[in-house]
Design a protein around this ligand. Structure first.
Ligand code: ATP
Ligand code: LTN
Length: 334
């Protein structure tokens, strides 16, 4: 705990342009929680290479993700916004924690199964040990709270199990983190296949709303969103497309599901899709405006990148040194 405040850690992969799912499932909560916590918000470029990346695209995406964090309302003077690869303690603790994690635990991870199926030609060891590096990210900063979408629940539970296991052997080294998963927006689905989560690496452009999409594109994608032939706007598992649109609408407006269903009672899908598109455009407009400003200020963004990497390294190294000592690595000679 620093300044009497608890610590938050979270991250997003630099695997593409951030989506409405990333925003409603995680980023918006990061902003809401930022004033009350000591925050580390990381661009996890090391996790990104578990799937093959083009080097130029990775570098550009990483910078975009970092700028979107700031544009979404995180103050980089208060929140530590940085690149994972600039703080070597992540990889170092990742190695150590891998020796306290079982193959059986990792092979149960649904993200590993999903990504292996999607990238059958590149099922690499990093993809398998991905959750260990994620545990290292979280535990390095003695994090109390980890705001994420519901797809990360299983990884978080593993991070807790690893921390508890380690503490049972060596004493109280790590804070045991809690997840923070939103009620509305925890799992936004693809607009083209509402049984699949909206994902920034989806190849179908119409499936995903990106935070930086232009208003016309956002409206067009909602107009084309896959629904059903029932014709009634109601919140049910049998209508996953409509349910997803209701989730997006409630997450953007703060209205409840019941209020939303009442508001659109008797209306057609066309009107509803348009209304959802409009609230999303309104929600993203201020972020897009701030992003455009930031993109023009290279020196400012560079200074954030440098200063925050130093700040994160300082804290991360403190935990790393403690862990190294506990497990019996030889002392450093000064
Ligand atoms: P990729 O397509 O490369 O797997 P992704 O879109 O799933 O990427 P991540 O970087 O893995 O995004 O996730 C960043 C954060 O956004 C995590 O907290 C994750 O839980 C959340 N998130 C991702 N997709 C969604 C979604 N569809 N709905 C709600 N939250 C999401
Ligand atoms: N695995 C996460 C990204 C991530 C993360 C973290 C989230 C990497 N390290 C630490 C929270 C805390 C994902 O969204 N796919």
């Amino acid at each position: 705990m620093l300044d009497g405040k608890k610590t938050i850690f979270s991250g997003m992969q630099a695997t593409g342009n951030l989506t409405l799912g990333n925003y409603l499932g995680a980023l918006t909560n990061w902003v809401d929680l930022a004033d009350d916590y000591n925050c580390y918000y990381c661009v996890v470029d090391e996790h990104a290479i578990t799937v093959r990346q083009d080097p130029t695209a990775l570098r550009q995406n990483a910078r975009k993700v970092l700028m979107i964090y700031i544009a979404a309302g995180l103050d980089p003077e208060k929140c530590c916004i940085y690149y994972q690869s600039h703080v070597s303690a992540h990889a170092e603790l990742g190695w150590i924690l891998g020796c306290y994690t079982y193959m059986g635990e990792l092979s149960r991870m649904t993200q590993f199964k999903d990504k292996s199926a999607k990238h059958a030609d590149n099922i690499n060891a990093g993809l398998f040990t991905y959750p260990v590096l994620m545990a290292a990210d979280i535990l390095l900063y003695q994090s109390d709270l980890v705001p994420v979408g519901s797809d990360q629940k299983q990884h978080l539970e593993l991070a807790r199990d690893i921390a508890i296991r380690f503490n049972n052997i060596y004493g109280d080294v790590f804070t045991i983190p809690e997840g923070y998963i939103p009620k509305a927006g925890a799992r936004i689905m693809s607009l083209q296949d509402p049984t699949k989560k909206m994902s920034k690496s989806d190849e179908n452009e119409n499936a995903t709303i990106h935070i930086l999409d232009k208003p016309d594109d956002i409206i067009r994608k909602f107009k084309r969103a896959v629904t059903d032939s029932v014709g009634i706007i109601q919140y049910t598992d049998d209508q996953p497309g409509i349910r997803n649109l209701i989730d997006i609408y409630t997450a953007c407006t703060g209205k409840t599901v019941d209020e939303t269903v009442r508001e659109f009672d008797g209306k057609g899908y066309g009107d509803f899709k348009m209304a959802v598109g409009e609230v999303v455009v309104d929600k993203l407009a201020p972020i897009q405006a701030r992003y455009d400003e930031l993109a023009k200020d290279k020196a400012y963004v560079d200074s954030i990148i440098k200063n925050n990497a130093e700040k994160a390294s300082y804290f991360a190294n403190k935990t790393l040194r403690k862990v190294q000592k506990k497990i019996g690595y030889p002392e450093r000679i000064r």
